[in-house]
Design a protein. Structure first.
Length: 126
């Protein structure tokens, strides 16, 4: 990335007479400098080769041998989210939550919170 500092003066001269102090404050040759910073992006690209097993290649669902970084990042993120979802589903099945209705789940959550508050209150009384 290239950063350019572009200074434009809005006063007509940088005459030393324009300098001076204003109630003890230091003034610059012209207090009306306008500073603007422009960031120019350079579209230089680098190539990175990644070797991965065919199993990973298929699991990520890669269709093309050439990917942008954002495409690769998206594929990896999607795979990570799929793994988290599978884990949530397996935990729900393990604890019997997958057969519960939303009302039953809500009741369980409320009961847990009541028990937790009761434990905290009991601990704070000691």
């Amino acid at each position: 990335m290239i950063i350019k500092n572009d200074v434009k003066k809005s006063c007509k001269s940088s005459n030393p007479a324009n300098r001076g102090s204003d109630n003890g404050q230091t003034r610059y040759p012209c207090d009306r400098h306008v500073f603007s910073i422009f960031a120019l992006e350079v579209n230089a690209m680098r190539t990175l080769q990644i070797a991965m097993p065919d199993v990973e290649y298929a699991r990520l669902g890669i269709q093309n041998d050439i990917l942008d970084f954002s495409e690769l990042e998206g594929l990896i993120e999607r795979d990570r989210l799929r793994k988290m979802q599978d884990k949530c589903i397996s935990l729900a099945e393990k604890y019997g939550l997958s057969v519960m209705t939303m009302d039953e789940i809500t009741a369980e959550v409320k009961a847990y919170r009541v028990e937790k508050r009761a434990r905290q209150n009991a601990e704070s009384n000691y």
